[in-house]
Design a protein around this ligand. Sequence first.
Ligand code: OAD
Length: 307
Amino acid sequence: NNMTKAKVDAIAASILSGRIRNIMILSGAGVSTASGIPDFRSVGGMYDTLKPNLLTATEEQRQAMRIDPIHVVSLDLFRETQLPYLELRRPFILGLGGNQWRPTLMHFLSDVLHKKGLLTRVYTQNIDGLDFKTSVPPKKIIPVHGSLMVIKCESCKTEMDSAKFRELTRTHIKDIYNSGDDLAPKKSSPIPCPSCGKPYMKPDTVLYGSSLPREFFMHWELDAQSSDLLIIAGTSLTVGPANRLPGLIRNSVPRLVLNNEEVGMGLGLNYAPNSTDTLLKGSCDSGCIALLQALGWLENMAVYESE
Ligand code: OAD
């Protein structure tokens, strides 16, 4: 609507006039759905489509997943049994379709902002590595919940080459139905750590109950204090401590939310016409286009189309 457009135009004008120089991005699963990766909490998302029956044989563990699906990516469960996590992440581990998961417009927006010298840092809750497929330097990307690209022992943190881990995963899988189909349910058996011997080798993603990467805590407060625009994209803001980031921004600083639904009201975001918060409700792609259009930078995106 007109009010929202006026607010986006005002943000764009501040960027163009140099009043906004430091832009911080907080993103979530919604920025990658356009690439074909489901989010967590939408209908059709990972928690909605979880199949406890295929992930574990014990009724107790199945029940825990039904009560709260985040149990499937919890440290407690992983210590008990590694199969559910490894099976859930198998398509990624095997790199199926590797290049079919391409960065989206939102990823390229951070790329453009970086090239213009305007990007403070991207805080991505995503483990898919798509942010790293742009030209934004890795030190400007904080993978808040870890990354599938790095393989580590959950216990002693010894690293393993990801190609080697992929190969081991391939040879450790038991094809329950002998279908030969890579995506059909399998029994992914655990891979022992070459250093400590525990069956805990896994992609270095943050399980519920374990701590976030040190780089997150090193930067988040200072980055928030020094930013003069926060873009929040494709996240339900349900998971902490990442969802506390919007609350660390200085009061006068605009927060621009690109999301399919209203989020973060309980966290102090409010989208009243006179507030500094703006919600561009809709897909991240369309939100990006609206912002780039207001900036007159839409043609910058043409270079990405052929990639
Ligand atoms: P969620 O699935 O909780 O939220 C995704 C948000 O993006 C929802 O508000 C969707 O409506 C919205 N959305 C989906 N597709 C979109 C699109 N194309 N355009 C615009 N909006 C879209 O995902 P996250 O907030 O990232 O953590 O979840 C946070 C954390 O919960 C994850 O990092 C993961 C999960 O449990 C761990 O596993 C530790």
